[in-house]
Design a protein around this ligand. Structure first.
Ligand code: ADP
Length: 624
C-alpha cells in the first residue's frame, strides 16, 4: 500500500507520470481508436482555420483588386476544402465511435484479468476489495480513473491542433508593420506586441482557474458520496441481480432497507450538498470563467483593428486574426482546464495503479510434477499451522497427515474445525503459516503452480456452475470429448436427467444466455460439479460435503457408486454424515484446527469418549 494519502494533491511530475502510463495502457488496449482520434482531431480542428483563411483572402480581394476569377477560385476552394476536412473528420469519428464502445469492456477486462492472476490470498485480502471498490465507485460516480484518460485524450488532441493552427494563422499579425510616419507607428514596438500577448494570456489563464475551481467541487463530492454510492450500487442493482439473494430479499422484505437508508444519505437529491454547490459557488465560477473567455475577443478586436486602421494589413485579415487569436486563447484556456482535470484524475489513477501493481507474494516454483500414469503421488502435511491473512486465530494447528496413494480418506469434525481450510492449503490457495506440505517428499511450493493444481479435482462446498451448456460445464471448455462428458455425468448419477434434457449435453444451464435453458436443483448441480471433477480425471479427488444437497436416496446412490466414482484415485472426502465415512479406509477427526483422532470407523468408535464417538452418537439418534 502506498503511504500517500488518497487525496493528497499530486505534483506535476506525478500527474505527468501517471497520466502518461494510463495513456500507454489505452495505446496497448485500443491503438486504432487513438489513431482515429488523432486524425479526427486534426481534421476537425483544421477545418475552421481553413475557412477562416479563405474568408480573409476573399474579403481582401473584395476590398482590394476585385478580380472575379480569383474570387470564384477562392470561394470554390473554401467550400471544397471545408467539405473535405469536415467529411474526413466525420469518417474518423465514425470509425472511433464504433471502436470506442469497447472502452468499458476493455477496462473491466483489464481489472478482471488482474483479479484472475492474483494470488488467492491477495484476492481475499480486504484491502484488495477496498481498492477495487474505490475504482468501481469513482468510475460509476463521475467516470474518474482510467476511463477518464481516454476522454482526456479525446478532448486534448483537438486542443493541441487548435493551438497550433491559431499560432500559424496569427504569427503575421505581429510581423506586419504599420507604415513608418503613421500616427500609430508605436504599434510596431515589440513592447506593444508583448503587452497585447500578456493581456491575452492573463485572460486565458484566468478563465480555467474559475472552471477548475468548479470542477474541484465534484471531485470533493465523489469522496463524500462513498457510502451512498456503495449503498446505491448494492441495493440499486447488485442485490437484485443476484439470483441467490432473490429469495431472501422477498422473504424478509429487504428492499425496505433501500428507501429510508438511501434518502437518509441524501447524496443525489436536490437538497444534497452538491445540488447546493451547483446553485451557489459552482454556478458563479462557471459564469465568471465564461465572461473572462469572452473578453479575449474584445481585446483581440482592439489590437487588430488598430493595426488594420493604421495600414499594417488589409481589412480581410481582420477576420483572420481576430478569429485565430480568439481560437488560440480559447485553446490555451481549455488546455489549462484539461490539465487541471488531468491533475485531479491523477488521484484516482493512483488507486487504479495501486490495484494493478498489487504483487503476488506466493513463491512459484518451476519443478514439473511429471505425469505419472501409475498415479503414484503421495502428499504429506508436516506440522502445518495456518492463520488466515489478517486473522489472529489459528485455523489449523500443527496438522500432520499423510495420504497414501489410492486411499480413501474421510475428514470429519464440527463446523469451523478446519476441514475446508485444510483443503484450501492442499490446493495451495494459501501457503501454510508454519510447517510444510510435501508432494512426493518435495515442498509443494517448489512445483510449477499450474502443474501442481492439475493433480487435484475438487468439488468445493460452494462450487459454482456457469450459465453455459451442460457439457461445457462438465468439461470446463468449449471443445471437449462428448463421450467422456457423458460418462462422467452417468457416473455422477445423472444418466436419467441427461436423457430427459431436450438438447442433451448442449442444453444450457440456467436462463441467462438461453431462454430454453434449464434450472437445476441443488442436488443436480452438485452431481454436475462431481461430474466436472471426474471429467478432469486428476489423481486426487477432493469432495467437500459432496452429498450435502442430495436427498437420502440420491445420497445412497452416490455411496453405492462410490467405487466406480473414485476408481484408483486418491479420495479425500469431507463429510458431516458419519455414516458415509464407513466407506473410507481412514478417518481423520478435526477439532479446533487440529487432528484429534485418526483411524477406521470401527476403531474410532472403540475410542470411548472421543470426538468421533460424540459426533456419531449425536447423529445416530436420528438414524436408529
Ligand atoms: P470447516 O470446514 O471445518 O467448517 P473451516 O476450515 O471453514 O472449517 O474454518 C476453520 C476456521 O477458519 C474457522 O474458525 C473459520 O471461522 C476460519 N475461517 C475460514 N475461512 C476464513 C477466511 N476466509 N478468513 C478468516 N477466517 C476464516
Amino acid at each position: 500500500m502506498s503511504k500517500q494519502s488518497k487525496t493528497e494533491q499530486p505534483s506535476a511530475k506525478e500527474a505527468l507520470r501517471l497520466n502518461w502510463r494510463a495513456a500507454k495502457i489505452w495505446w496497448e488496449l485500443m491503438p486504432k481508436v487513438l489513431i482515429y482520434k488523432a486524425w479526427g482531431a486534426f481534421f476537425e480542428a483544421s477545418a475552421p482555420y481553413l475557412s477562416l483563411w479563405f474568408s480573409a483572402q476573399l474579403l481582401g480581394e473584395v476590398a482590394g483588386a476585385r478580380r472575379m476569377d480569383r474570387m470564384i477560385l477562392l470561394a470554390v476552394l473554401a467550400a471544397l476544402s471545408g467539405a473535405v476536412f469536415m467529411g474526413a473528420a466525420a469518417v474518423f469519428r465514425r470509425l472511433y465511435n464504433a471502436e470506442d464502445m469497447m472502452d468499458s469492456t476493455s477496462f473491466w477486462f483489464l481489472l478482471a484479468r488482474k483479479m484472475q492472476s492474483m494470488d488467492f490470498a491477495r484476492l481475499d485480502d480486504p484491502k484488495t476489495k477496498e481498492l477495487y471498490d474505490r475504482i468501481v465507485q469513482v468510475d460509476n460516480f463521475a467516470s474518474w480513473g482510467l476511463r477518464r484518460t481516454l476522454g482526456d485524450i479525446e478532448n486534448g488532441l483537438p486542443i493541441v491542433f487548435r493551438i497550433l493552427g491559431g499560432v500559424i494563422l496569427s504569427v503575421t499579425l505581429f510581423t506586419q508593420r504599420v507604415p513608418e510616419g503613421s500616427a500609430l507607428a508605436w504599434l510596431n514596438s515589440p513592447l506593444m506586441g508583448l503587452g497585447f500577448g500578456a493581456a491575452l494570456l492573463a485572460a486565458a489563464l484566468l478563465a480555467p482557474l474559475f472552471f477548475s475551481k468548479a470542477e474541484a467541487y465534484f471531485a470533493r463530492y465523489s469522496d463524500m458520496g462513498t457510502a451512498s454510492n456503495r449503498f446505491f450500487s448494492f441495493f440499486g442493482y447488485i442485490a437484485f441481480k443476484e439470483r441467490s439473494r432473490a429469495l431472501d430479499i422477498r422473504t424478509y422484505a429487504q428492499d425496505g432497507f433501500f428507501g429510508p437508508q438511501y434518502l437518509s444519505n441524501n447524496t443525489f437529491d436536490e437538497s444534497s450538498q452538491i445540488a447546493r454547490w451547483c446553485r451557489g459557488p459552482i454556478g458563479l465560477d462557471i459564469a465568471a470563467g465564461t465572461a473572462v473567455t469572452r473578453s479575449i475577443t474584445g481585446i483581440a478586436y482592439v489590437y487588430v483593428c488598430l493595426k488594420a486602421w493604421a495600414g499594417a494589413f488589409g481589412v480581410g485579415q481582420i477576420a483572420q486574426y481576430v478569429g485565430a487569436i480568439t481560437s488560440l486563447a480559447g485553446g490555451v484556456s481549455e488546455l489549462l482546464r484539461s490539465l487541471a482535470i488531468l491533475r485531479t484524475n491523477t488521484v484516482y489513477l493512483r488507486t487504479v495503479f495501486e490495484f494493478l501493481d498489487l504483487t503476488n507474494d506466493m513463491y512459484q516454483g518451476s519443478l514439473t510434477t511429471e505425469k505419472r500414469s501409475d498415479r503414484e503421488y503421495d502428499v504429506e502435511f508436516r506440522h502445518v499451522s495456518f492463520r488466515y491473512p489478517g486473522s489472529g486465530n489459528w485455523a489449523l494447528k500443527d496438522v500432520n497427515l499423510k495420504f497414501k496413494v489410492g486411499e480413501r480418506l474421510a475428514v470429519v469434525g464440527p463446523n469451523g474445525s478446519g476441514k475446508t481450510t485444510m483443503i484450501k492449503l492442499l490446493c495451495r490457495m494459501y501457503d501454510p503459516t508454519e510447517g510444510e506440505i510435501l508432494l512426493n517428499g518435495i515442498n509443494i511450493r517448489k512445483y510449477d503452480y499450474d502443474q501442481y493444481l492439475a493433480i487435484f479435482s475438487v468439488v468445493f462446498q460452494d462450487f459454482q456452475l456457469l450459465s453455459q451448456p451442460l457439457g461445457e460445464n462438465v468439461a470446463g471448455a468449449m471443445e471437449y470429448d462428448r463421450k467422456r462428458a457423458r460418462n462422467a455425468l452417468e457416473t455422477a448419477g445423472l444418466a436419467g436427467r441427461l436423457e430427459s434434457l431436450p438438447q442433451g449435453l448442449d442444453t444450457y444451464l440456467y436462463r441467462d444466455f438461453d431462454t430454453s435453458g434449464v434450472e437445476v436443483s441443488g442436488g443436480e448441480a452438485q452431481k454436475i460439479a462431481i461430474a466436472r471433477a471426474l471429467y478432469k480425471d486428476a489423481p486426487f479427488i477432493v469432495l467437500d460435503e459432496p452429498t450435502a444437497a442430495l436427498d437420502p436416496i440420491a445420497e445412497a446412490e452416490v455411496y453405492a457408486g462410490f467405487d466406480t466414482l473414485i476408481e484408483d484415485r486418491t479420495a479425500i472426502y469431507i463429510s458431516h454424515r458419519l455414516s458415509s465415512c464407513k466407506f473410507c479406509d481412514r478417518i481423520a477427526v478435526f477439532e479446533n484446527g487440529s487432528i484429534v483422532q485418526s483411524g477406521t470407523h470401527d476403531g474410532l468408535l472403540a475410542e470411548a469418549g472421543g470426538t468421533y464417538e460424540r459426533l456419531w452418537e449425536a447423529q445416530a439418534q436420528y438414524y436408529t
